[in-house]
Design a protein around this ligand. Structure first.
Ligand code: ZN
Length: 483
């Protein structure tokens, strides 16, 4: 994030500015999602007997059909000068009280909201068309014998380009050229501009969030805020972690680092920024507690574009902890297999200390734990002879649950694999991994394990089907005073 934004964000200001769009620098400003409602209900008809409405709607449809941006038509008239959250178009004698310039055909007014990362986003864009200009509707060259007036259709295309977030294009053939000309249809450059503006996520690697502890770093080839948001000047690095939840969940995220001044951000997967911690304390790390509704999210580990604290930098390694607590079992990710076979198995599971009232991943040695999982097998595997497996991945060890219900240590590639059960596979396979497990009673005060469940077929026992997000179990003594 921008180091200069620190002050404004500390007071949680959402800034709103408006801008007359006769000439824009490259800003990267865009709508949150590549779509907008547009209110259109103008009076009148052109000399060629095409209504202004039809010409404008045709221009909206051209953008929707040819680019990745989608306009939704709402056939109602609203004053485009009103800052009312409705993007609209109309003719007027002046631009909201100000005279039009002598050559101005139309003006697009974009209104913005400040964002945690990247350029301001567009929240409303209105078009005011100069009604002292003689317009008409026609294809082809701008000047044609026998057709008075200027083509309104290409003016609409151009102004709608500004609505989408495009700026003027001077070097390539484009409807977004600074002045009106013989082009009357969208050009390749216009379409490519929209794609570039709304495809920032494609430039960044998205990792799956692993709950519990993990290590990573910022720098080198990591994505930058400018790349992610396609615009602005923020060159700070970021890591993107995706996670999914099926029920309201409380999260606690922590980044520890001796070198990296970390910023933590939660966003939806279409980059609506929801929560932020840039850590005003003396330390380099950052922590963020938040509650999220069911959905798909990014945890973004970011830093600053310029160092803010004397003892912390803007690149370097960090340790991430991601902890949760919810009334339902967490998502265990999509299915995969050791040999890469496509399959549609599904997995759920959780660890509870209160008989299934809540599920979380952090416990104390005295808690009595219930660890359970459930596999919905791929329909093609049902009824076949197979087996179930449960693995616990520790820092330097792999344990597998045997048929007696004991975790036994195995090597990196156990062969044959330790089976928890051998049986014809059912549609639903519940796995009771542990009940009334008190870590302290087993002499365990502190441990971190990632539990993975899966199954295989006797016909191809090397190929184990399992899930991408392990079930994290962290046991640690209660720390008084918190931290
Ligand atoms: Zn323009």
């Amino acid at each position: 994030m921008r180091s200069t934004l620190l002050q404004a964000l500390a007071t949680a200001v959402i800034l709103l500015v408006s801008n007359a769009a006769t000439a824009f620098d490259i800003s990267g400003s865009k709508w949150l999602r590549a779509k907008a409602d547009f209110y259109v209900d103008m009076e009148g008809i052109s000399g060629t007997q095409i209504s202004w409405n039809d010409a404008f709607i045709a221009a909206m449809n051209a953008w929707s059909e040819q680019s990745i941006f989608d306009f939704t038509l709402v056939e109602e008239n609203f004053d485009p000068c009103l800052f009312d959250g409705r993007s609209s178009v109309d003719f007027a004698a002046n631009y909201c009280g100000t005279e039009f310039g002598s050559n101005t055909l139309a003006i697009t007014v974009r209104r913005f909201a400040g964002q945690t990362l990247g350029p301001n986003r567009i929240t409303e864009a209105d078009i005011i068309v100069n009604d002292s200009i003689e317009f008409n509707v026609y294809d082809g060259p701008l000047v044609q014998f026998g057709i008075p007036g200027l083509d309104f259709g290409r003016v609409a295309l151009h102004e709608l380009g500004h609505v989408i977030g495009l700026d003027h294009e001077s070097s390539n053939k484009a409807i977004m050229a600074p002045s009106i000309g013989n082009l009357f249809e969208l050009q390749e450059d216009d379409i490519n501009g929209v794609t570039a503006l709304y495809s920032g996520l494609d430039a960044c690697e998205v990792k799956l969030l692993a709950f519990g502890a993990s290590s990573n770093g910022l720098g080198g080839n990591d994505c930058t805020v400018r790349e992610l948001t396609v615009g602005g000047t923020d060159e700070s690095f970021l890591d993107l972690y995706q996670f999914q939840i099926g029920q309201a969940t409380d999260f606690e995220f922590n980044v520890e680092s001796d070198v990296l001044d970390a910023v933590l951000i939660i966003a939806t997967t279409d980059l609506e920024f929801l929560a932020l911690d840039f850590d005003a304390s003396d330390q380099c790390g950052s922590s963020l507690k938040t509650s999220l509704d069911p959905g798909s999210y990014f945890l973004i580990v970011n830093t600053f574009d310029e160092p803010v604290k004397d003892d912390c930098g803007v690149t370097g390694t960090y340790k991430l902890r991601a902890d949760y607590s919810a009334s339902g079992k967490p998502s265990m990710g999509t299915s995969t297999s050791l040999l890469g076979s496509t399959n549609l198995a599904r997995y759920s599971g959780g660890i509870s200390k209160d008989g299934g009232v809540t599920y979380s991943n952090v416990f104390t040695p005295d808690d009595s734990l219930q660890i359970e999982a459930e596999i919905t097998t791929d329909i093609r595997h049902r009824g076949k002879d197979g087996f179930l497996v449960v693995a616990a991945l520790l820092e330097n060890q792999i344990l597998m649950l045997n048929e007696q219900g004991e975790f036994v240590e195995v090597g990196l590639n156990p062969d044959p694999i330790v089976r928890f059960a051998s049986k014809p596979l059912q549609a639903i396979e519940p796995l009771s991994i542990a009940t009334d497990l008190v870590p302290g009673a087993l002499g365990i005060d502190e441990i971190e394990a990632n539990i993975v469940v899966g199954y295989g077929l006797d016909s191809d026992p090397q190929d184990i089907f399992y899930h991408l997000v392990p079930l994290n179990l962290t046991v640690r003594p209660l720390v008084s005073g918190g931290g």
